[in-house]
Ligand binder design. Structure first.
Ligand SMILES: Nc1nc2c(c(=O)[nH]1)N[C@H]1C(S)=C(S)[C@@H](COP(=O)(O)OP(=O)(O)OC[C@H]3O[C@@H](n4cnc5c(=O)[nH]c(N)nc54)[C@H](O)[C@@H]3O)O[C@H]1N2
Ligand SMILES: Nc1nc2c(c(=O)[nH]1)N[C@H]1C(S)=C(S)[C@@H](COP(=O)(O)OP(=O)(O)OC[C@H]3O[C@@H](n4cnc5c(=O)[nH]c(N)nc54)[C@H](O)[C@@H]3O)O[C@H]1N2
Ligand code: SF4
Ligand SMILES: [Mo]
Length: 694
């Protein structure tokens, strides 16, 4: 028996982007482990990806192309050949494109984060076709936009420094579930005496393990950051030299935060004034003592109306106290812009038809947009949808509307998938895609600074094919002759990084494939001496770009669309705020169909505070109905004070078909968008909960 170890990369939408060692025996992947030498992975994987072989060899893997024989959504299919599948797709897309290519919409997200299987041949194909562009807003655009106005780019504290921090604020994140390797380093810091504080309306697994937990109301983080700035300035806990040299607009900021007294902040956030003052003093004191204070700013606080501004306000804090001076200080939201990725070479936007830039459709309003008729403002009705690396019927907001859109009989839908997801049920043509163990890819990361190579460990299962190969074949069928459509995956990977960029001068794809990973050459403390990639080169408390974009140029606070304080009328009918953050054993909606992981999560549940449960006659284990004007879903009640009073929490994202009522939390979420970045407001939701009659 021959046994080899193949170097691979975890493809999932997770900041950790672990380096994998895949053991292959006689052509079969028998074990997937963390690379012990890769510094951030350090030989450890999360439970989910330790089961990656179970997922890959799952009995339900899609192994050949199929066409729909039942009604849309019913999920009945019949096997066809690749030739037939490609002919049908090319015929349909060709006919629609001849009328108006913008009636075709590609829909994709981060089922794989790989640059090849995510962002190369598919965009080339749709650009050449002249299809509508997709605004990929569903995850990180609100905070990303707010952060970039302030800091200039998604660059921040290196995870490899976190163990040296003395104060770690985990703000709207749950790293035990969603950022394991940063948590490992935070634990190391804790053992060396660091203080850990979680800011989260829910006592998450992580909040439970921190020294302090500040349980604010959802959607009020921007106000908390304003209150902290108020105290830092009032009590002069500032690094005046850093502010003078490397920031812009301090005097205007000072005026702006004057009104944000601890009392006003506390009333807005639903916490005590003492909590505000103590947090600000602790953060400011670290700066005064010259000790690194690090903020792990995550996504939980962005999925609300004011999410962009919240991330911006928090990003202002380290420039006030000088925390950026330390490699282990500052903020980490995402470090994805650290990578010299060459989008031009990968995606070839130059292939777009000259003269007319295609319209853009926001993936976060796909429900409404699929139901729109042609109009001068909207453009043509969407006639064809090609979905890959995403499961919109389960993950997109206001799911009832999304499902209605997908159910349109006149919509031609192609889905490239590993499994028959909720979205696949609506496909006209369902194509089998390879998994990370079966294809080549190149990855950056958003939580570490290593460029990574994924080698195929095994041959494609059944007739499955890499996304790149599927779009290569479709391009051939459509008669696209540009040389870029015949590039191999290795050829694309070799071009994926900008030439002679100082961060990776000696980039060589063939050597990266052998080593598996290579660290970027970037400074340990990115903004120790300023150098912010903003228009002014400074950390912008005042942003002229925001002014130009029609936004408030200074930090501010916009309350949620739906909260007891901002919408008392709505709160009469729907008094409880609902959030639906990631469950530990799922990765968005991936892995929900892996039996061992689903068994650990049990069934869809809803955490509800004992007072709220008692008021509704709800006991532990009761089946409850969660509803608002948009829809409803069922879950099993867990009566617990982990959820603060007035808040319910439904860990997500379940496949609808694994729920008794065929629904999930997105039935009640809304398609309204954030203040910046056009992003969804998944955690800006009011609901009512009732016990279901048995
Ligand atoms: N196991 C696992 N890991 C994952 C994922 C997964 O589904 N499962 N998903 C991946 C993806 S795509 C992403 S984007 C990241 C997300 O990773 P995180 O940012 O960690 O996840 P969030 O959904 O943002 O929720 C994190 C915490 O924010 C809290 N929260 C909710 N609303 C608010 C608020 O208004 N203010 C504050 N301060 N906190 C709030 C929630 O209670 C939750 O505990 O994780 C990635 N990693
Ligand atoms: N209620 C609620 N909704 C949410 C969130 C929440 O916290 N609460 N989180 C939001 C966030 S942050 C995000 S990022 C989105 C995530 O939404 P999605 O990006 O849609 O993520 P997944 O649900 O994991 O679906 C990815 C799909 O891609 C498939 N896939 C993986 N690799 C490949 C490949 O190589 N080829 C092909 N063809 N397919 C592949 C997987 O099988 C999987 O079904 O969901 C959002 N929705
Ligand atoms: S999901 Fe995240 S923690 Fe788990 S193996 Fe992948 S990168 Fe690592
Ligand atoms: Mo995400």
């Amino acid at each position: 028996m021959t046994s080899t170890i193949v170097r691979a990369v975890c493809p999932h939408d997770c900041p950790d982007t672990c380096a994998l060692h895949v053991t292959v025996k006689d052509g079969v992947a028998t074990e997937v482990k963390g690379d012990p030498e890769h510094p951030t992975t350090a030989g450890v994987l999360c439970t989910k990806v330790s089961r990656y072989a179970e997922r890959t060899y799952h009995k339900d893997r899609l192994l050949f192309p199929q066409k729909r024989v039942g009604r849309k959504g019913e999920g009945r299919f019949e096997r066809i050949s690749w030739d037939e599948a490609l002919d049908i797709i090319a015929g349909k897309l060709g006919a629609i494109a001849a009328r108006d290519p913008e009636a075709i919409l590609p829909y994709s997200y981060a089922g794989t984060m790989g640059w090849l299987q995510g962002e190369s041949m598919a965009p080339r194909f749709f650009h050449k076709l002249g299809a509508s562009l997709l605004d990929r807003t569903i995850c990180a655009m609100a905070g990303g936009t707010g952060y970039k106005y302030t800091i200039g780019a998604k660059v921040g504290t290196d995870t490899e420094q976190v163990q040296n921090a003395r104060l770690i604020i985990i703000w709207g994140g749950n790293p035990i579930a969603s950022n394991l390797h940063l948590w490992t380093r935070a634990q190391e810091a804790k053992r060396k005496g660091a203080r850990l504080i979680a800011i989260d309306p829910y006592r998450s697994l992580t909040a439970e393990k921190c020294h302090q937990h500040i349980a604010l109301l959802p959607g009020t983080d921007a106000a908390l950051a304003l209150g902290i700035m108020h105290v830092l300035i009032e009590e002069n806990l500032l690094d005046h030299d850093y502010i003078a040299q490397y920031t812009l607009g301090f005097d205007l900021l000072k005026q702006r935060v004057r009104e944000w007294t601890p009392e006003k902040t506390a009333a807005t956030c639903g916490i005590t004034a003492g909590e505000v003052t103590a947090l600000a003093r602790e953060y400011g004191a670290a700066g005064q003592r010259g000790e690194p204070a690090m903020i792990r700013l995550n996504y939980g606080m962005q999925r609300v109306r004011g999410g962009g501004m919240a991330a911006r306000n928090i990003a202002c804090l380290p420039a006030l106290t000088g925390a950026w001076r330390h490699a282990a200080g500052g903020v980490q939201l995402s470090v994805s812009d650290s990578f010299p990725k060459d989008n031009q070479a990968l995606q070839r936007p130059d292939l777009m038809p000259s003269g007319k830039y295609p319209r853009t459709i926001n993936m976060s309003t796909i429900g409404d947009d699929l139901l729109r008729e042609s109009s001068p403002e909207f453009g043509p009705k969407i006639d064809a949808l090609v979905v890959y690396n995403s499961n919109p019927v389960a993950v997109a907001p206001e799911s009832g509307v999304v499902a209605r859109g997908f159910a349109r009989e006149d919509l031609f839908t192609v889905v490239l998938e590993h499994f028959q997801t909720d979205t696949a049920d609506y496909a006209d043509i369902l194509l089998p895609a390879t998994t990370q163990l079966e294809h080549t890819d190149i990855h950056g990361a958003y939580g570490h600074l290593y460029l990574m190579a994924n080698n195929p460990a095994i041959a494609p299962l059944g007739e499955s094919r890499p996304n790149t190969e599927i779009f290569r074949l479709l391009a051939q069928r459509m008669g696209f002759t540009d040389p870029c459509f015949s590039e191999t995956d290795d050829e694309i990977a070799a071009k994926a990084v900008k030439r002679n960029d100082e961060r990776l001068i000696h980039f060589d794809w063939s050597s990266l494939k052998k080593t598996g990973w290579a660290k970027l050459t970037v400074p340990d403390a990115p903004f120790a001496k300023g150098g912010f990639p903003t228009p002014s080169g400074k950390c912008e408390f005042y942003s002229a770009a925001m002014q130009k974009d029609g936004l408030d140029p200074l930090p501010g606070y916009t309350p949620p669309y739906e909260s007891a304080a901002s919408n008392p009328e709505l709160a009469k009918d729907y008094p409880l705020a609902m959030i639906s953050p990631p469950a530990r054993n799922f990765l968005n909606s991936s892995f929900v169909n892996v039996q061992s992981l689903r068994a650990t999560e049990g069934e869809p549940h809803l955490d509800i505070h004992p007072d709220d449960a008692a008021a509704r006659g709800i006991a532990q284990g009761d089946t409850v109905r969660i509803f608002n004007a948009r829809g409803s879903f069922h879950a099993m009640a867990r009566v617990t004070d982990k959820a603060r009073a007035g808040l319910v929490v439904g860990l997500s994202i379940w496949w609808k078909k694994f729920a008794a009522d065929n629904k999930n939390a997105n039935e009640v979420t809304s398609q309204r968008l954030t203040d910046m970045g056009r992003a969804p407001t998944f955690y800006d939701v009011l609901v009512q909960v009732e016990k279901l009659a048995q």
